[in-house]
Design a protein. Structure first.
Length: 240
């Protein structure tokens, strides 16, 4: 390295130290709210099938009325995700009838990880706030009584080794930015505008998702994988 280059490097380092000490970190001045519309995708049907098989496994493949069918589990999952979006948005019309779901409800551990990621998320570097919304088919929406009944049936499986979170929906409405920033394009490919842990791409693949603000979608250039890739991963997770 020449003397001139060395002097330039030293000078730049001096500037960096002074400016870092005197000036605040660069930050976005305003927050832009992005509504993320979610719809459970095909992986929820697959998860329901695997959860049903897991229930059969812990019950040693004996006939039992407490084992939920795959169809019942799928409705359970859809209802939980919908209630989570209502909880995040402080919905005062429907959610109060299901208030017990945030305190006393059995939730399979794998679906709970998805619920933890789903929520309001803020990207302070870019000044973005993501908020999830969801509509639900009435046929997939369990009544409070049906939800309690299925939760109670899962509770019977706990001593047999079926893994659940017994305290209901997460209390914190904050979600994971890595997940909330992902979109599933054309129902198949998972993209984001930022690079995060690959697990967020996996969780995003459970949903059909879209931004209501279409202009921002052009910034989604980081490719995570396809839904078909994640179908294989889901089966591996349940077989471990």
């Amino acid at each position: 390295m020449t003397t001139n280059n060395t002097n330039e490097r030293v000078l730049l380092e001096q500037w960096e130290v002074i400016i870092k000490e005197e000036m605040p970190e660069p930050h976005a001045e305003n927050m832009v709210k992005h509504i993320v519309k979610l719809e459970p995708g095909s992986l929820f049907k697959d998860m329901a099938m695997w959860e049903h098989r897991e229930m059969q496994r812990v019950m040693r493949f004996t006939d039992s009325d407490v084992i939920l069918t795959a169809e019942e589990i799928e409705k359970y999952l859809h209802t939980l995700v919908y209630l989570r979006t209502l909880q995040v948005n402080s919905d005062s019309k429907i959610y109060p009838k299901y208030k017990f779901a945030s305190k006393n409800l059995n939730i399979p551990v794998r679906i709970y990880q998805i619920l933890l990621s789903l929520g309001e998320a803020v990207d302070r570097d870019y000044g973005l706030r993501f908020v999830p919304i969801m509509e639900i088919n009435s046929e997939m929406f369990l009544t409070p009584e049906e939800l309690r009944d299925m939760s109670d049936r899962m509770g019977v499986l706990i001593p047999e080794g079926y893994l659940v979170v017994e305290t209901g929906l997460p209390n914190d409405i904050t979600g994971e930015l890595g997940f909330m920033a992902c979109l599933v394009v054309h129902d198949q490919k998972v993209y984001s505008y930022r690079k995060d842990h690959p697990v967020y791409g996996f969780i995003a693949a459970f949903f059909k998702s879209e931004l209501l603000e279409k202009a921002f979608v052009s910034d989604y250039k980081i490719y995570y994988g396809s839904v078909s890739d994640y179908e294989v991963m889901l089966s591996r997770i349940y077989r471990k």
